[in-house]
Design a protein around this ligand. Structure first.
Ligand SMILES: [Cu+2]
Length: 617
């Protein structure tokens, strides 16, 4: 008996050492099953870090002090557990973009939708399993505009004994296309907090009289410049490859991303668009790329010299290098696709593809540097043609389970719009109003508590209403002359559907304040893209042209500028699921809504209760 106490202490100490090692070395995988699936533990410390780019040093919110953030890697079937500890002054939440979160909606991450944000000094453990997905995804902050600096790759490898449906590449490389808002980002952050500050000041004003110093900082000017005026926020100063702006920007030649390759090899590039507000064209001089995957689903391979990729989208491409090392290097370029009326960052970012050559070989000293050509900024036809090339594999191993019959049809307009300028204010948005954006003319207002909690505990009163319109209440010629009244309505409305509803949804762009493409992202689901077109959707003739054989499966779908896209999905994942434009500016303006998918009858068709550490608002 006397020895049992030291023994149990030894076991306890050993246990503590092992568990703390797991937290300290985040990529340690612990086998928890006799099969191949394992649990992978990560720890994200959210903290401020000084980062220098474009000759400016800025304190930014990061994960573990890294910009861009660390990779999260798992195999299909693995469980991922990420402990997020917030040491930053900002609130935050993390979204695992594209992960289906089957019955784990509490781990999805969008602030005020599936959770309250993680406050300073608090932590939250995200716990989810990767089911039926393999390829490239991303994780990013889902609170205000923090994803500008808080993002990273989420890589899902095939199961241990599974292989790619193409020849195994020699090497895999992740390329994140992002942007920097270095000089203006303080403004952006300020405007995110400005309303809060104004409310605080109003309260403080009633108690004390300040010395006025704070007002010299002119916070009202910041507000007038952005949210209150409803004018577009500042555009970014640069685009980046893996956080590096490169030689086309001031002071940045030393911050150039270089991809060094060997001749005669196949490389797989995992491309991720992490930009805030910009769809991007991408090309590598003198090299053809083979697209093999999109949003963590395999596609029928197709070749292209130029890609276009929207924020939130990911795609894997194969790059075959020349059999002999050429006496040349090759620019990789990216620049935006844009058709809207507002301002945007129209710069071009460059990285370099460089062949490794024997260092003693002087004939490779003065290499020619080739540049690819990219489509025009507003090349809408190129984009439509490119997106129509994506087809799912649709074979026995990777079937396209596109719903062949439909239980519920929905038609949503996605559009910009305006809110009236409040009294005693000056607004710089369209015709003196404030910019807004809406789905079926409802500009979604974020609640002050999480929707999923209020739904789960049946306390929706004062949080949301279940009356999101299934069709536009006032139909018009969506892509023709816009109506005179461009005001949106405001509310927190959800669309409730029963478990296993087979849904068809048409997303229609409008010409209100300018036709523009919108990458619509649905949480908790992949959707099949069954059709797309320009102009107004024709419910009589267009459905006959739908592809119900091998449509691509994606989590972020481009609604064509001045056109429509039709998607189908089976609502087999109970919970509250955010759907929104993945341009953060449109997201902030209200181009967002929530689906509520009810529980099914069987035990494995229900959303489990929340974890005990779910953050409180
Ligand atoms: Cu949008």
């Amino acid at each position: 008996m006397a020895t049992s106490i030291p023994l149990s202490q030894t076991i306890l100490v050993a246990f503590l050492i092992v568990t703390s090692c797991i937290w300290m070395f985040p990529q340690v995988a612990v086998a928890t099953s006799k099969h191949t699936s394992v649990t992978r533990h990560y720890k994200f410390n959210i903290r401020l870090k000084n980062v220098t780019r474009l000759c400016h040093t800025k304190s930014m919110v990061t994960v573990n002090g890294k910009f861009p953030g660390p990779r999260v890697v798992a195999r299909e079937g693995d469980r991922i557990i990420v402990k997020v500890v917030n040491h930053a002054p900002n609130n935050i939440s993390i979204h695992w973009h594209g992960i289906r979160q089957l019955q784990s909606g509490w781990a999805d991450g969008p602030a005020y939708i599936t959770q309250c944000p993680i406050q300073t000094g608090q932590s939250y453990v995200y716990n989810f399993t990767v089911v039926g997905q393999r390829g490239t995804l991303l994780w990013h902050a889902h609170f205000q505009w923090l994803r500008a600096t808080v993002y990273g790759p989420l890589i899902i490898l095939p199961r241990h004994n599974a292989s790619y449906p193409f020849a195994k590449p020699y090497k895999e490389v992740t390329i994140m296309l992002g942007n920097l808002s270095f000089i203006s980002s303080n403004l952006i952050e300020s405007f995110c907090h400005a309303i809060l500050l104004i409310n605080m000041i109003k309260k403080i004003w009633q108690i004390i009289i300040t010395t006025g110093e704070w007002f010299n900082a002119d916070p009202e000017a910041i507000i007038n410049q952005s949210l209150q005026t409803g004018n577009g926020p500042n555009v970014s100063e640069a685009y980046t490859f893996n956080g590096l702006p490169g030689p086309t920007y001031n002071c940045s030649a030393k911050d150039t991303y270089k991809l060094k390759v060997k001749p005669g090899k196949a490389y797989m590039l995992r491309l991720i668009n992490t930009a805030l507000n910009d769809e991007l064209f991408f090309s590598i001089a003198n090299h053809t790329l083979t697209v093999v995957e999109a949003d963590a689903t395999y596609v029928k391979p197709f070749e292209t010299n130029i890609l276009v990729i929207a924020p939130g989208q990911t795609t894997n491409v194969l790059l075959k290098t020349n059999p002999n090392p050429p006496n040349a290097s090759f620019f990789m370029l990216a620049r935006p696709y844009f058709t809207g009326m507002g301002t945007f960052d129209n710069s071009t970012v460059a990285a370099i593809l460089e062949y490794e050559t024997p260092s003693q070989d002087n004939s490779f000293r003065n290499r020619t540097l080739f540049k690819p050509s990219l489509p025009a900024i507003n090349a809408t036809n190129f984009v439509a043609n490119f997106s129509s090339k994506f087809r799912s594999l649709a074979n026995a191993q990777f079937p396209a389970n596109v719903p062949q019959t439909v239980d519920k049809r929905f038609f949503f307009t996605v559009s910009l719009g305006a809110n009236p300028c409040p009294k005693n204010q000056t607004c710089q948005g369209p015709n003196g109003t404030k910019f807004a954006a809406a789905v079926n003319n409802v500009s979604f207002a974020l609640p002050s508590t999480a929707l999923l909690q209020s739904y789960f505990f049946a306390k929706s009163k004062g949080v949301y209403t279940a009356d999101f319109p299934q069709f536009p209440l006032h139909p018009f010629n969506y892509t023709g002359t816009p109506p005179n009244n461009t005001f949106v309505s405001n509310g927190t409305k959800a669309l409730v559907i029963p478990f296993n509803t087979s849904v068809e949804l048409v997303l229609q762009d409008t010409s209100i304040l300018g036709a523009e493409s919108h990458p619509l992202h649905l949480h908790g689901y992949n959707v099949y893209v069954v059709g797309q077109g320009f102009g107004n959707f024709d419910p009589k003739n267009d459905p006959a042209k739908f592809n119900l054989i091998d449509p691509v499966e994606r989590n972020t779908v481009g609604v064509p500028s001045g056109g429509w896209v039709a998607i189908r999905f089976l609502a087999d994942n109970p919970g509250v699921w955010f759907m929104h434009c993945h341009f953060d500016v449109h997201l902030s303006w209200g181009l967002r809504m929530a689906w509520i998918v009810l529980d099914g009858e069987l035990p494995n068709q229900k959303l489990p209760p929340p974890p005990s550490d779910l953050p409180k608002c």
